[in-house]
Design a protein around this ligand. Structure first.
Ligand SMILES: [Zn+2]
Ligand SMILES: [Zn+2]
Length: 384
């Protein structure tokens, strides 16, 4: 029997917070999670280097076929120097839990502990996924490849994330598309360098690049449906040597964000048509690499409804908010939803002064930890 859930979870969260680890290097974090689970008699396994999976089997008589529900919490930190001034601040220079994954995994851990104490209440299996490397968008794909959704096959999945924008203990749910597909592209414009005074003897890659940048923005304004969200950002541009030398090459790197899989699939061709024809018009060549890092995070209406009921019961009436707007940010929880219906939850953890995710002063109201754990445990029971 857990004597003081709140105290235990705060202590675990602070240990994880003090020793943050970057994606795929979460050795201490996963060891602490596994040790705590095992100390409470919970079966664990270690797919890959740093992921942890916990299985809790219910003992109640099953009315129908046994189901399996997965709960997911991510465990990685970010390359940021912490400036919260908290007594349990990061002890690893330049690394910080600035997205709240220390809280996310602690809440799922808390749910595992609660469920292991009330196995007689449910039938079927709860599978807790402690997922590495969310921030680089590779962690969910890795766990899936390692069989996280199989043996036993997962019927529904729920993920939880602390939010600085919701009040403490408030649950934020979003129907349908909630977060964007995140893509990465690199464009090289290859012209012909030359003397700054003799442009007629060169092919100026800077001028071609300028035209490509403007043309790409017209995909958003003139080509995509105006009621369809789309972001195309070029975040990096490099080219040229000196003020009086015409640049022979310009490289641009950027990201595309979409909220529909149709537009997501269309974007590489939309972009290449512009790049190819502008380069041809100026006599330049190009290379274009487009990488889809993830997919649109699309919640299941049926699972969302169950989460809403659990929220009403655990958090109280008036604490469940249906969010109107999706976000153009990404979240690799989307990868699970490609094969399993599920829902991604925001749980409010905003303190007196809220800082955004990935900010050096990001912090949470720790009262959220037992609340999130109870919510996840109740959601799992309802889904089984
Ligand atoms: Zn993040
Ligand atoms: Zn995050």
């Amino acid at each position: 029997m857990i004597k003081n859930l709140s105290k235990l979870l705060i202590s675990i969260r602070r240990q994880i917070h003090q020793h943050p680890e970057l994606g795929d290097n979460e050795y201490k974090t996963s060891a602490l999670i596994e040790k705590t689970l095992q100390a409470h008699g919970i079966k664990t396994s270690r797919p890959g280097k740093t992921g942890v999976i916990a299985l809790i089997e219910g003992k109640a008589k099953s009315k129908g076929p046994k189901r399996c529900v997965a709960l997911r919490g991510d465990i990685d930190a970010l390359p940021i120097t912490e400036q919260t001034g908290a007594p349990f601040s990061s002890q690893t220079k330049g690394v910080m839990h600035a997205c709240g994954h220390d809280a996310n995994c602690t809440m799922v851990l808390g749910a595992a502990l609660l469920l292991s104490e009330r196995k007689n209440n449910f039938s079927g299996t709860v599978k807790c996924l402690f997922q590495p490397n969310e921030e680089s968008s590779g962690g969910a794909k890795g766990l899936i490849r390692q069989g996280a959704l199989a043996r036993p096959a997962v019927d529904a999945i729920v993920g939880i994330h602390v939010s600085p924008w919701l009040k403490m203990g408030e649950l934020g749910l979003k129907r349908g598309a909630m977060m964007a597909a995140v893509d990465h592209f690199t464009i090289e414009i290859i012209g012909e360098g030359g003397h700054g005074a003799y442009p007629h003897l060169a092919t100026d890659a800077v001028v071609v690049a300028a035209n490509v940048i403007n043309a790409l923005q017209t995909i958003v304004s003139r080509q995509a449906d105006p009621v369809e969200p789309l972001v195309l950002t070029i975040g990096q541009i490099n080219g040229g040597e000196r003020y009086n030398i015409i640049a022979g090459k310009v490289t641009m790197v950027g990201t595309v964000r979409t909220l529909s899989e149709k537009l997501h699939r269309q974007m590489p061709a939309f972009m290449e048509r512009k790049i190819k024809n502008i380069c041809a018009a100026y006599g330049a060549k190009y290379t274009f690499k487009y990488q889809m890092l993830g997919n649109v995070l699309e919640n299941s209406d049926a699972v969302l409804e169950v989460c809403r009921q659990a929220g009403n019961e655990v958090l109280g009436a008036g604490k469940v908010t249906l969010l109107e707007k999706p976000s153009m940010g990404g979240e690799d929880f989307a990868q699970y939803l490609r094969t399993v219906p599920g829902c991604f939850l925001y749980i409010g953890a905003g303190g007196k002064k809220a800082y955004p995710w990935h900010h050096e002063k990001f912090n949470i109201d720790e009262r959220v930890l037992p609340v999130g754990a109870k919510l996840m445990a109740a959601t799992a029971e309802k889904l089984l």
